[in-house]
Design a protein around this ligand. Structure first.
Ligand code: UD1
Ligand code: MG
Length: 460
């Protein structure tokens, strides 16, 4: 748990140049959420009560995407570099404190790292996080003095051949003293490849003036990954998923094929659950213990209770599946679908805004929308709740233990009583009392000798 009061500034005003995108860079999504949202989460987890986000490019879009009670915005009208961006937050920073400065495009940082940085900054003038990367790419190279403190940071665009070979990179995560840092920023110059005011130069300047800037090495170098182009985006997304799968495996979840399995960080899964290949679990979803999710299960914002089985190729979106239920193969559960314990949904069944009582069964080729199905009821193949009259939606209620025959059209609003039966092929548009049999179809007529009669007619 965080012990100190921390403030954070997140730089998020930059352009999206190398993304080749109309969307502000920090709103590109990884693991189901915008880059910036993950950065804000890490700041919150590290104990920041208030976060200043510096916006500029696509400011309105960025504001509305991350608006929250603990977030304030500073505007950088013209994008003149990271140092200039941080300077725009000065008015929002009051008193003297340790300021966490984060990049809105680097979402893999952990809150523990922020706490380590803040601690290191208390012992020195400030601190920055560095990582050793095999492929340092476009990241800034960090030059460490013999004392172990920072000497300076060279941006890739400005680096000499010798400097570009350095593998120690600037993660873009800092803990800096306020208001001192703003004095240093005021002296920045644009004499570099990009003609920008680099925040990194400010740290070098502070060091050159004899201030000790701590260099904190990241144990996990992936925390330093920032998204400047779409390849970075893909790498960051994959890293989030890999981290999550490993976390689940350590907690007792079987992931049969990690390379094809996608579980977003916010998903929770109980022990002894098995994930088959090609499973995607997204958004705020919760899966219980001892569940089996077979190949191709696609779940978003859904809950699955203990012991349930999702057969291959099902889509669950905003659905709730009770303990011991069985779903699919090839079922679609839409928002408001609610399966109570032990109920069963089979192939080619669509359920929307409908509840299936305990033990109810709907096996094949059915649409249930705006409906309430009683405990133990059986819905035959091809049943349709005709819930929409072209203007409004209406409800269907099916009683406990009712038997709805195959191909019944339930024209809503309509109610089928407890223990009632509908004959196969019926169109039911009036309520059916408890225990009754409803037949809503034309009576069958057999024409004897029809084949012979037809043959005779043809000859003539
Ligand atoms: C920056 C660092 C680099 C580091 C890397 C880590 C500088 C000069 N370089 O490079 O050393 O390795 O981050 O990811 O700081 N931004 C603004 N206003 C601006 C420019 C940028 O708000 O005028 C924001 C961007 O939206 C972004 C962040 O600052 O969220 C970093 O900017 P970016 O352009 O991505 O810098 P890098 O080249 O990645
Ligand atoms: Mg960047």
């Amino acid at each position: 748990m965080p012990e100190r009061d921390l403030a954070a500034v997140v730089l998020a005003a930059g352009k999206s140049t190398r993304m080749l995108s109309a969307r502000p860079k920090v709103l590109h999504e990884v693991a189901g959420r915008p880059l910036l949202a993950w950065v804000l989460d890490a700041a919150r987890e590290a104990g920041c009560r208030e976060i200043v986000v510096v916006v500029g490019h696509g400011a309105d879009e960025v504001r509305s995407a991350v608006a929250a009670a603990d977030v304030r915005f500073a505007v950088q009208e013209e994008q003149r570099g990271t140092g200039h961006a941080l300077a725009q937050a000065a008015a929002h920073v009051t008193g003297s404190e340790t300021l966490l400065v984060l990049s809105g495009d680097a979402p893999l940082l952990r809150s523990a790292t922020l706490s380590r940085l803040a601690e290191a900054a208390e012992e020195s003038w400030g601190a920055l996080a560095v990582a050793e990367l095999e492929e340092p790419g476009s990241l800034g190279r960090v030059i460490v003095a013999e004392s172990g403190h920072l000497a300076r940071i060279v941006e890739a665009a400005d680096a000499t051949a010798e400097e570009i070979a350095i593998r120690t990179v600037n993660a873009g995560i800092y803990a800096l003293p306020a208001p001192e840092i703003f004095t240093v920023l005021a002296r920045l110059k644009t004499d570099n490849a990009k003609g920008e005011l680099y925040l990194t130069d400010a740290l070098g300047d502070a060091a050159a003036l004899g201030n000790e800037v701590s260099v904190v090495a990241l144990d996990d170098a992936t925390e330093a990954l920032g998204a400047n182009d779409r390849r970075d985006l893909g790498r960051i997304h994959r890293t989030f998923i890999t981290r999550k799968l490993e976390e689940l495996e350590i907690a007792g979840v079987t992931v049969l094929d990690p390379l094809t399995t996608r579980v977003e960080p916010q998903v929770e899964i109980g022990a002894d659950t098995v994930l088959h290949p090609d499973v995607s679990l997204m958004g705020v979803s919760r899966i219980g213990s001892e569940c089996v999710l077979h190949q191709g299960a696609w779940l978003r914002d859904s809950t699955v209770a203990d012991g349930a089985v999702i057969e291959p190729y099902c889509v669950l979106d905003g659905a709730v599946v009770g303990a011991g239920c069985s779903v699919g193969p090839f079922a679609r559960l839409r928002p408001g679908a609610r399966l109570e314990a032990g109920s069963k949904v089979g192939n080619y069944v669509e359920v929307k805004n409908a509840t299936l009582g305990p033990g109810a069964k709907v096996g094949h080729l059915t649409y249930l929308g705006d409906a309430e199905i009683g405990a133990g009821a059986n819905i035959g193949a091809g049943v349709v709740t005709c819930n929409y009259d072209g203007e409004r939606k209406h409800r269907t209620v099916v009683g406990e233990r009712a038997f709805v025959g195959s191909d019944t059209m339930l024209v809503a609003p309509v109610e089928i009583g407890n223990d009632a039966t509908t004959a196969a092929g019926s169109v039911i548009n009036r309520d059916v009392p408890d225990g009754a049999l409803a037949i809503g179809r034309s009576r069958q007529r057999n024409v004897e000798g029809w084949a012979a009669l037809r043959a005779k007619r043809r000859k003539q």
